[in-house]
Write a protein of this length. Structure first.
Length: 282
């Protein structure tokens, strides 16, 4: 099996992708469950299926189509920095391997991306939240008890020094909040709790997470954030509350429900992402 932290493996993928693009993608955007449609807004898109990229991991989860799209966003005379959009991600629960889960981030960084915008679908824990809300991730609780940082410096222990604000970039978060208020979105703010999954939580687990201060829960994003920040990228992250967490509603949780709420919230989420991306400067 190829080791995905091997620089040669990464170089092969980067060489292939560099031959397909004309501009360095400054911003990497990861689209979570059911949010893949956003990619259709890119101007002059170059779409590369995940399967065409050497060693690139492919996802098995519905709504996580595996492709990469390069392009820019244009709106009312404004143009964004070049983007690399990941339509779908590979979760830790699919591969059981953090190198695989974070491979796209290391690849984006090697291609020249300096900003990561990560999105996901999450269960709402904060009692003030409603299904369909959007939440700026201000901080996270890593309940996977796995740490992907060590690999960033080729296998050596790396006690990564966070900024005083943590992994999430304050300035990017401000841009997201400003974009939300410009668009009249009631953007929530909170702490995302990352669990390995793939099963949804029990009522008792959600009660525990609420007591320790989690506002939303999900099964992705945190390994990506940690690796991106350790590589020196500026990171911003947004959850869309696709459902209320177990025990907060009578409804039974399903991946279908997550996808249905995504299709309802898509337009608002797209508008928020577009406005935020247009505001990101070098
Ligand atoms: N729990 C965990 N992950 C999730 C949820 C949830 O309720 N909703 C979307 N992803």
């Amino acid at each position: 099996m190829q080791v995905l932290t091997d620089n040669h493996v990464l170089e092969e993928a980067v060489t292939y992708l560099s031959s397909r693009i004309t501009r360095r993608p400054e911003i990497a955007l990861v689209l979570g469950s059911g949010l893949g449609d956003f990619a259709s807004q890119l101007v002059d898109p170059i779409e590369v299926p995940a399967s065409a990229i050497p060693s690139y991991p492919t996802s098995t989860v519905e709504g996580h189509e595996g492709s990469l799209i390069f392009g820019t966003l244009k709106s009312q005379g404004r143009e964004s920095l070049p983007l690399l959009v990941f339509k779908g991600r590979v979760h830790f629960y699919e591969s059981g391997d953090l190198d695989t889960t974070t491979y796209p981030i290391r690849m984006a960084h090697s291609l020249g991306s300096r900003v990561l915008l990560a999105t996901n679908a999450a269960g709402g824990i904060n009692p003030a939240f409603s299904e369909g809300d959007l939440m700026l991730i201000e901080d996270f609780i890593d309940f996977s008890f796995l740490n992907p940082q060590w690999q960033v410096q080729s296998g050596t222990a790396n006690h990564f020094k966070k900024t005083p604000d943590g992994y999430i970039d304050k300035h990017l978060s401000t841009l997201i909040l400003e974009s939300g208020s410009e668009l009249g979105i009631n953007l929530r703010r909170g702490r995302y709790c990352y669990l390995r999954g793939p099963s949804y939580e029990t009522k008792a687990e959600i009660e525990m997470l609420r007591r320790i201060g989690a506002d939303a829960v999900g099964m992705s994003t945190v390994p990506e954030i940690i690796v991106a920040a350790a590589l020196g990228m500026r990171v911003g992250a947004i959850s869309f509350i696709s459902n209320l967490a177990t025990g907060l509603t009578e409804e039974r949780l399903s991946h279908k429900e997550v996808a249905q709420t995504a299709s309802r919230v898509k337009q608002v989420f797209s508008a928020l992402l577009t406005e935020t991306i247009l505001r990101i400067q070098n």
